[in-house]
Design a protein around this ligand. Structure first.
Ligand SMILES: *Cc1c(COP(=O)(O)O)cnc(C)c1O
Length: 296
């Protein structure tokens, strides 16, 4: 669903994506899940932080389809056991939890979990953190069809799309989707939620190229843009201004903006528009974050 805020600003409401708790991780997991069900896997292994939207979407998917599931989580165990939001959903989903003390332990623990399932006669499926997979990207290529239908019916074409960029698969998928559905004059601007620009842009650029070649999309040679000047101190960090934007988001806009993802992107977008006196029609792609907003 796309919501108009004013003449030149619309919001793609993926926070309202209707399955697996919504947000971009719900949309990605619906596509990843097709492969899992189609190829008859019976167990899933993935990873994320204690408030991971991705792990929450996977947890709900696994429970719905009666698949076994192991999460290798990183972060504070006590907070995981006491917080609400995604942590609560993951805790109550029946999934097995393994805690990684160091980030460098994550892939080893995931491999162990894969071996454990295989040795017990299961057929496990491995998902990269954040749902950063080809299928996850495809979910966003196809989401551009929704935007296409909107631009045709409303005669409203965005010049810019802003969104929160983390692993970069949502942004890369949107870029490939814009090529596929002939949006030649629409630029995508990612607001980094953690990475520095150089690293983030490299990952988005490569993933966009891979998606175009895998799904036979005529590559319009887009250049990945991910801004890192609105990090507010780093991943999941905030400041007074961002906190205020988030706390006022319901009153001011009629939707929820959290401080880790969608609010940080909205904050960055507002600043960028002002600093650059940006003109034109803008689409803010709301990637979710409701559970993060409700975590504490
Ligand atoms: C994971 C996430 C993002 C970032 O998406 P990527 O595809 O990893 O770049 C943005 N918003 C929310 C709410 C997320 O959970």
């Amino acid at each position: 669903m796309i919501q108009k805020l004013d003449l030149n600003l619309a919001v793609f409401r993926d926070d309202l994506y209707p399955s697996l708790g919504g947000g971009n991780k719900g949309r990605k997991m619906d596509y990843i899940g097709k492969t899992i069900l189609c190829d008859q896997y019976d167990s899933i292994i993935t990873t994320g932080g204690i408030q991971s939207n991705h792990c929450r979407a996977v947890a709900i998917f696994a429970a719905r389809h009666k698949l076994r599931c192991t999460f290798v989580l990183h972060g504070d165990k006590e907070r995981y056991n006491s917080e609400s939001g995604n942590a609560k959903v993951i805790r109550l989903s029946g999934a097995k939890i393994v805690f990684a003390k160091e980030p460098s332990d994550i892939s080893i623990l995931m491999d162990h979990a894969m071996d454990d399932y295989s040795n017990s006669g299961f057929n496990p499926y491995y998902i990269w953190g954040g749902g950063h997979t080809m299928e996850g990207g495809l979910a966003y290529i196809e989401a551009i069809k929704v935007l296409k239908d909107y631009t045709v019916s409303e005669n409203w074409h965005p010049d810019y799309i802003f969104l929160a960029s983390g692993t970069g698969s949502t942004q890369a998928g949107i870029m490939a989707g814009l090529d596929k559905f002939d949006f030649h004059n629409t630029s995508v601007i990612g607001i980094s939620v953690g990475r520095n620009s150089a690293h983030a842009e490299n990952v988005v650029q490569e993933f966009y190229n891979e998606l175009c070649s895998k799904y036979n999309i005529k590559n319009n040679m887009r250049k990945a843009i991910v801004l890192d000047e609105y990090l507010c101190g780093g991943y999941a960090k905030s400041n007074y201004e961002l906190d205020s934007l988030s706390l006022n988001s319901i009153k001011d806009f009629g939707f929820i903006l959290d401080t880790t993802y969608s609010g940080k992107a909205f904050f960055g977008m507002q600043k960028f528009i002002k600093e650059n006196k940006l003109k034109g029609r803008i689409l803010f792609w709301h990637t979710g974050g409701t559970f993060n907003f409700l975590a504490k």
